[in-house]
Design a protein around this ligand. Structure first.
Ligand SMILES: *Cc1c(COP(=O)(O)O)cnc(C)c1O
Length: 390
């Protein structure tokens, strides 16, 4: 089973139990389309009985994910929101969640508009402020929900510290690890109980699949989540499982390259006169620079920056050539997003602005283009934006 126990992360991405198919030798996981499985005994059934409950292709992906995050069980869902929502089903009526205030817009919507109807309470806090976190705890607090670095202002939360607070109160820590992936950050090793992902982003990495992931370490929690995955039924289809596995193979090299370019671009934007603010935890002046260095391998491939006004931001976006201007992140091509109208469109304006998500803020997910080409592109677009000639 664990031939790969001692390999480094990069090697594990390729050399795992699904390296080749045991029956045929095929060096690619077979896409098993069957929705049901023949049972050869009258009353004792095999491990696979029905596709929603378990499917060999999904199982291969789930096993890989568990392994990469350092957990015991992984679960693949139809989207990041399906994974997050299913994990929230661990809660019951009357339970309370302490949430990071700059949480992903879809998670914000799920908690405030859906879970609230089922009697689940919440408090949003700035999770970089541990006193505020402690003050938000109630007798019925069952989950601490962390997203780090956060979206889109790249604030860094101390996973270990939050996990300790959670343990003291008998609550779980959920960490959305979408921005860094296990290649750069392993929340379970820092004390978290559930790691969540939008696998739509870096894990698959090619803007060609919508998928979600949950990984846990504790066996009992794994059984509860397996039960919920099967009950709620938002499982990932087999074609998409295969696409995520295909993407995973290059996760490390993709991130290495993108992080290198992101670092260059963060410095480029910082020294540019027309850029008001740069948010990137790899910059020394970032308030949680040291914490980021301690709990993750590096600062990742996503950064945000703010221009002087909405008008200039609009002109800048209209003149940028290389990145696609789109929702999403974590792909081989650079993606420029406008959080106020895209990822955080679901958040009321006042709430957005409280979180620093102004109408002049742009988020950049750095892909695999050459850094010089991106810098030239941004230099030109900034020049156009700030030029008085329309
Ligand atoms: C995209 C995203 C999600 C939601 O995932 P989907 O796959 O779009 O459902 C959740 N968290 C973060 C941080 C994300 O970027």
């Amino acid at each position: 089973m664990n031939e790969d126990c001692c390999y480094s992360f990069e090697t594990k991405l390729l050399h795992n139990n699904s390296k080749f198919d045991l029956t045929t030798g095929a060096v690619s996981v077979p896409i098993q389309h069957a929705s049901t499985f023949h049972q050869s005994s009258f009353d004792t059934y095999g491990k696979y009985d029905y596709g929603r409950s378990l499917n060999p292709t999904r199982e291969a992906l789930e096993e890989q994910l568990a392994h990469l995050e350092g957990g015991t069980r992984g679960f693949a869902f139809a989207s990041g929101m399906a994974a997050i929502s299913t994990a929230f089903l661990l809660l019951s009526k009357g339970d309370h969640v302490v949430m990071t205030e700059d949480v992903y817009g879809g998670t914000y919507r799920m908690v405030t508009e859906v879970l609230s109807r089922f009697g689940i309470e919440y408090t949003f806090v700035d999770m970089t402020d541990l006193d505020a976190v402690t003050k938000a705890v109630q007798a019925n607090t069952k989950v601490f929900y962390v997203e780090t670095p956060s979206n889109p202002t790249l604030k860094v939360t101390d996973i270990k510290a939050i996990s300790l607070i959670a343990k003291k109160h008998g609550a779980y820590t959920f960490v959305d690890n979408t921005f860094l992936t296990p290649a750069l950050q392993r929340p379970l090793q820092l004390g978290a109980d559930v790691v969540l992902h939008s696998a739509t982003k870096f894990l698959s990495g090619h803007s060609d699949v919508v998928a979600g992931v949950a990984v846990v370490r504790d066996e009992e929690l794994a059984n509860r989540l397996a039960f919920l995955q099967n009950s709620f039924g938002a499982v990932l289809g087999v074609q998409d499982c295969w696409l995520v596995m295909r993407g995973l193979k290059t996760l490390s090299v993709r991130l290495q390259q993108s992080v290198k370019t992101a670092t260059k671009l963060a410095h480029f934007f910082r020294q540019h006169d027309s850029v008001k603010n740069v948010y990137y935890p790899g910059l020394k002046e970032h308030p949680q620079y040291e914490l980021q260095k301690k709990q993750a391998l590096n600062a990742g491939a996503v950064l945000s920056f703010e221009l002087e006004s909405e008008e200039l931001t609009k002109k800048f976006v209209e003149n940028v050539r290389i990145p696609v201007f789109a929702v999403s992140l974590g792909a081989v091509e650079s993606i420029l997003s406008y959080p106020a109208k895209m990822s955080h469109g679901a958040m009321p304006k006042a709430e957005r602005e409280k979180r620093g998500i102004s109408n002049s803020l742009l988020r950049l997910s750095v892909g695999l283009e050459h850094a010089d080409d991106l810098m030239n592109d941004f230099t030109t677009a900034l020049t156009y934006a700030y030029s008085p000639i329309k």
